[in-house]
Design a protein around this ligand. Sequence first.
Ligand SMILES: NC(=O)c1ccc[n+]([C@@H]2O[C@H](COP(=O)([O-])OP(=O)(O)OC[C@H]3O[C@@H](n4cnc5c(N)ncnc54)[C@H](OP(=O)(O)O)[C@@H]3O)[C@@H](O)[C@H]2O)c1
Length: 224
Amino acid sequence: MERIVIIGGHGKVALHLARLLADRGDEATSVIRAAEQSSDVESAGGKPLVLDVEKADVDALAEAFSGADAVIWSAGAGGGSAERTYAVDRDAAQRAVDAASRAGVRRFVMVSWIGSTPDHGIDPDDSFYAYADAKLAADDHLRASDLDWTILGPGTLTEGEPTGRITTAPQGRAEVSRADVAAVAAAVLVQPATVGRFIRFGAGDTLIAEAVVADAGRVDGAQA
Ligand SMILES: NC(=O)c1ccc[n+]([C@@H]2O[C@H](COP(=O)([O-])OP(=O)(O)OC[C@H]3O[C@@H](n4cnc5c(N)ncnc54)[C@H](OP(=O)(O)O)[C@@H]3O)[C@@H](O)[C@H]2O)c1
């Protein structure tokens, strides 16, 4: 049994993930910011931990991560103001990376997005820019850490059914269901070959367990 901390535990990807981890006998602690979300987390098989990561400092986060085998970042401000996007998607994510290091949790999986590279091409005047900039800064902070990291780069998320299959070479505008993103996160946790990789993906035909290791060793990503 692995002990996994999921940050953004009431998120749509995170609830799918708690279910998958519980089904395979792992213990998921889902970090949420509102106590009333606890019952949803419990129904999914997770253990709720109420902690607002926007306010929590590195020490508080490290305490929350203590004894865990892995941390998964699946939180997000969900758009809105640039200020809150930077506060959650960049600053809190970077503190979570530092906290994992401090707590001695080696494994860290970041749910990022498919376009998270320096050449993302988003205009600074575009309202999406803060998200792209914040996610890239968080991803780069993780890459520069001493952790065993994997960065997930899904295309646009949908509410589609789980298929158990993806492609890591998506063409054009990729989409993928949140259920399949959760399955990818669960798969990389048990696949050491995914350490140090930025895995961009969309819906596809390859079994997830095979897809995540198919091009292991490939060098890609913003700073690779
Ligand atoms: N939307 C897309 O098409 C897309 C594409 C690629 C990647 N992504 C990434 O995929 C990830 C997961 O997506 P999703 O659809 O599952 O997102 P989601 O349903 O919006 O979940 C995000 C969760 O983060 C939580 N959160 C926000 N601020 C927090 C804080 N201060 N403390 C604790 N928790 C906090 C939210 O809590 P509340 O419920 O309290 O608000 C929410 O439950 C995100 O990181 C996103 O950036 C999204």
